[in-house]
Design a protein around this ligand. Structure first.
Ligand code: PNS
Length: 162
């Protein structure tokens, strides 16, 4: 059983993330979407909510589990007996940061490989931060988010505004 770990903050999960997950499940038997606590990013959604939304957005993709994680990614990958870290690449601008992260993780665990998958060009511009900005300005979210994720984001921003 080959397991891939797809880590991220997922604040919230977008259709771009789901696209990478759907692609990666063709390469491995199981994908664990590992939702990082990542307090440094001050996420809009609590960890439990981000996990719940990731489960909703990936419910139709077989072979996917969603779990929260805290601490070092390489430790989590080892504890899960996983074989590779999966990351999506959208544009060249992602490359430098991803390159640094992959090499740092390799330094921390030399047995660990990071596999990069190209997101569909349809989502190549998409980031959770931009989607939150569109949502906060009342823009349409259907192309970017699963309908239930969009609903929760809109509700959350209304709560914050009131
Ligand atoms: O969705 P993001 O914010 O690009 O995801 C970044 C993430 C969560 C994958 C990265 O910050 C991470 O691996 N955090 C766990 C802590 C860790 O292991 N840090 C060292 C490698 S960067």
């Amino acid at each position: 059983m080959i397991t891939g770990i797809y880590p991220g903050t997922f604040d919230p999960i977008t259709r771009g993330h789901a696209d990478v997950i759907a692609r990666s499940i063709r390469l491995v038997d199981r994908i664990i979407v590992a939702v990082a606590l990542n307090p440094g990013k001050e996420p809009l959604f609590e960890l439990a909510e981000r996990v719940e939304l990731a489960k909703i957005a990936t419910q139709d993709i077989p072979g996917v589990d969603v779990e929260p994680f805290d601490g070092l990614l390489v430790e989590y990958v080892k504890n899960r007996g996983a074989h590779a870290i999966i990351r999506g690449l959208r544009a060249v601008s992602d490359f430098e940061h991803e390159f640094q992260m992959a090499l740092l993780n390799r330094k921390l665990n030399s047995h660990l490989e990071t596999v990069f998958l190209m997101a569909s060009e349809e989502y190549s511009y998409l980031t959770s931060s931009m989607v939150k900005e569109v949502a906060s300005l009342g823009g349409p979210l259907h192309d970017f988010l699963h309908p239930q994720v969009a609903e929760r984001l809109t509700a959350r921003l209304h709560v914050r505004r009131s």
